[in-house]
Design a protein around this ligand. Structure first.
Ligand code: SAM
Length: 276
């Protein structure tokens, strides 16, 4: 009988965040596939777990993926871990999940630490609808193209960022979204120096120009504001009033008809008609 693949999230800073289920799964697995075995061995030592480790990362995943799938098909259970957080989220794992699924292997994802969700929940931005954009390119042109594609995005947008690229990213964001767009910069989450700076893009640029950024960041950027309903309504009302007056109606009748057509109180339409 085939084994299984478990996706095991690991702490993004605070070692206390490893769950009982994650620990038990690591203990019970036949082998652990790790993004960087040197990083994972430290966590396993901390947990007192001795287990055979294989490396699985971006540049060996094609070859290692096949070996892992064969071992699982032969009956072994594999636990996949990344350096920190949830495997397969801006980390190796996506391809292995696909390969296993195609081979008919059961994949089980254990919920746990994930920087994107931790940042979103603490950001103070709207959480109802959001999109995760991962890392932006280091190349200015593709970074700009990526951001341009989000120009009209209304959902909250979440990005991963390294400190040395932060300022360039904030500057590109301000060019595309405008300097007054709200942003929450979530730094060193779950760690000693955890900090959330809730500000605007322009202020963030000023802050991190004066004080170079340190640590790991998640950027939670507010979506494009809805166009102000009032302004649209007012423009629509004025246009309709003008149209009716041009067609020969008296101002009084135009106000009456516009208020009926748009289901608006007559006095509101009257007030707006004063701007004509
Ligand atoms: N798979 C991981 C997860 O579920 O969060 C993400 C891995 S990705 C390679 C690493 C990026 O996640 C960092 O560059 C940073 O943007 C973000 N990150 C990870 N840990 C963080 C932390 N403690 N505080 C803030 N950001 C963090």
């Amino acid at each position: 009988m085939a084994g299984m693949l478990y996706l095991v999230p690991t702490p993004i800073g605070n070692l206390g965040d490893i769950s009982i289920r994650c620990r038990e799964t690591l203990e019970a697995a036949d082998f652990i596939a790790a993004e960087d075995t040197r990083v994972s061995i430290k966590l396993l030592n901390h947990l007192g777990i001795k287990k055979s480790l294989v490396s699985y990362f971006e540049h060996n995943k094609a070859q290692k993926g096949n070996i892992i799938v064969e071992r699982i098909l032969a009956g072994e259970t594999c636990a996949l871990v990344s350096d920190a957080g949830s495997p397969a989220i801006s980390d190796p794992g996506e391809d292995l999940v696909r390969q296993c699924a195609e081979a008919g292997i059961t994949v089980c994802a254990i919920p746990g630490p994930c920087a994107v969700i931790t940042a979103l929940s603490i950001s103070g931005q709207s959480t109802g609808r959001f999109c995760f954009e991962g890392f932006l390119s280091t190349a200015k042109k593709s970074r700009r193209e990526h951001l341009d594609s989000l120009k009209d995005e209304k959902r909250t947008m979440i990005f991963y960022e390294a400190p040395h690229k932060l300022l360039a990213t904030l500057e590109s964001m301000a060019e595309v979204f405008g300097g007054d767009r709200p942003i929450s910069l979530c730094r060193e989450l779950t760690k000693l120096h955890e900090e959330v700076v809730r500000t605007t893009l322009a202020d963030a640029i000023q802050k991190y120009t004066e004080q170079p950024p340190k640590g790991e960041f998640v950027l939670v950027v507010a979506g494009a504001p809805e166009k102000e309903a009032e302004t649209i309504t007012e423009a629509v009302i004025i246009a309709r009033l003008q149209e009716l007056i041009d067609s020969g109606l008296s101002k009084k009748d135009a106000i009456k008809q516009t208020s009926t057509e748009l289901s608006l109180p007559k006095n509101e339409v009257y007030d707006i008609s004063l701007k004509l």
